[in-house]
Every structure is written in C-alpha cells, then in structure tokens.
Design a protein around this ligand. Sequence first.
Ligand SMILES: [Zn+2]
Length: 327
Amino acid sequence: MTANPTGLALGVDVGGTKIFGVVVDDQQRILNELRIPTVQGGMRDWGEAVTEEIAVVIHSLHHEAGLAIGSLPICVGVPGMVDAAGTLIYAPNLQSATQAPMLTQLQRQFPDVAIRIENDANCAAYCEFRAGAGRGHDDMTMITLGTGIGGGIIAGGRPFRGGRGFAGEFGHMVMDPKGPHCPCGASGCWERYVSGSAVERMTAEALIQGRLDTIVAQRANKSVALTGEEVSAAALAGNREARALLEPMASWLARGIAVLATVLDPTCVVIGGGLTDVMKLFLPEVRDLLPTLLEGGVLHPGIDVVPAFFGESAGAIGASMLAREEG
Ligand SMILES: [Zn+2]
C-alpha cells in the first residue's frame, strides 16, 4: 500500500440509479473509477443502505489504487438537501432517504478520514467553474437537468451553500401554482417543465393525443410504452415531432434563468446533467429569448448560457476537487 500520494482525492456521485466513484489527480484526470447500481426500493432505511454502498465504493477504489484508507480526502455528492452535519435532510426524487445521517455513518466506518457530504449539483458546479465551461466566471450558476433540476451556485469564486446548506434548490421554484403536481408536494415547480421527468410527462400526454405517431410507427417493439429517453434520442436524430414536443422546454429554461438572474446575477449559466445533449438543440432559442426576459432588457449586459464541459462525470470529479480544496 502506498501512503499519502499528493494531489489525489476521491469523489463519489450518488444518483437515483447509480453510484459513481472516482480517484482523481490534481489535473482532473480520473485514475480509477467504479460504478454500482443504487440500491432500489422505498425501504425506511434507504439512506443507511445507500451509505453502506458508498462505503463499499470507497473501500474498493482504495483497494484498486493500492492506497491505504485515510490517504485520500473524500467528498460524496448526494441529490438533495444536505445540512452542515452531513445529513441528507430531504431528497425530492428519493423520498425514502430523508434525515439520513450519512456523514456520521461513514465516519463510524472511516474514523479520522477527511470526509464531506455535499449537494451533487454543488459538486458539478464547482467542477465546471474550476476546470470546465464556467472557467473564469466567479459568479456562475449551474443548472443540472436530470430526473429533476439540480442547482449549484458559485458566488465570488466560492461555492454558495446558504445558511443551512440548502441553497440552489432551483428545481422547486414554483413557476405556475396551477401547474402539474411535483413529488416535493408543491405544484408547477420549474422541474415539472424542463427535466427528464418533464420529458416523460410530455411524452405520455403526446402519446394519448397521437402527436408522436411517426416515432411509434418506427419502433420494433410496440408492446412497451414509448419512453422520454426515446423521444430525446429521436429529437437528436432530427425527428420533427420529437423536436416540436420538446421545444417548449427552451422557453421554460429561459424563464427560469431570468428568475435566477434577478437573485444571483451570474455572468455565466452552465447547463449540465443527462439532458445536456438534447438541450443543446434548444440553446440558440434560449439565448434569443433571454434578453427579452432579463430585467433591464437591452441594457442588461447578458449572460453566457453554455453546455457543461465535463458531462456526467462532473459531479464525481467536482466532489474530488472539493475534497482536495476544502478538506
Ligand atoms: Zn417541487
């Protein structure tokens, strides 16, 4: 076992479907990586079960790299509201993982190891700010479009976490109180209109209305319902019905960014998450719309809206960077 190699750090990104862990050097190169499926099911102790899995990833990555436990600083990004004690208070899309004392549980297994628990979008934002699409922008906002919307804020060159660690929960800004119901309990949250679950909802509605007939006709397997992922892939392949269905996401994205701009005044907004590729189709429209929505109109100097550079590894790499730089 090698002891304390300089510059290496371990980052873990916990998602609803997989847990992705990496050992990263100080040039953001991934030296080792491991993906395991996230334990499923709405059991009461889901948070504890997931934390158990995170511990397995931490052990395995050390073992594969030939490093002793304790030689790497560790940061774990999780998809929800994390308090300063490292407890996952609430995860809107993983509702059985409330009040999970993840840091306490990990420290029991790894005493005297530097571990922190962060919101996953904060990790991704930090990665893009330090080394990716938001480089050079000390006031940057990251919007991750996955199952829901994650938000990360860089303010004055530092991650901004708020008074309790809950800042950046943009997905649950209510855009229309009469809108679709959200798993968080409110209605018309921003992520109901632009996210993976929004694509699923629009797909289900369009199927009933017969608005996706060309895609349905082309499918080999007609016994299972068309998924939002298939519609996104069809839009990327140039299918007009799919593109037309998803197009309203452009104006919803622009409207949300304009609201955020009134509070955060970013010079750059980075769009990341699993929907990045499909949203790239609509970024020209978002950029056209934004000046008409920003306070000040033509007098506003504008905001760069750019796709993320790091793709799906941003959360895990950003976690490793926070582990290394914030300890
Ligand atoms: Zn909500």
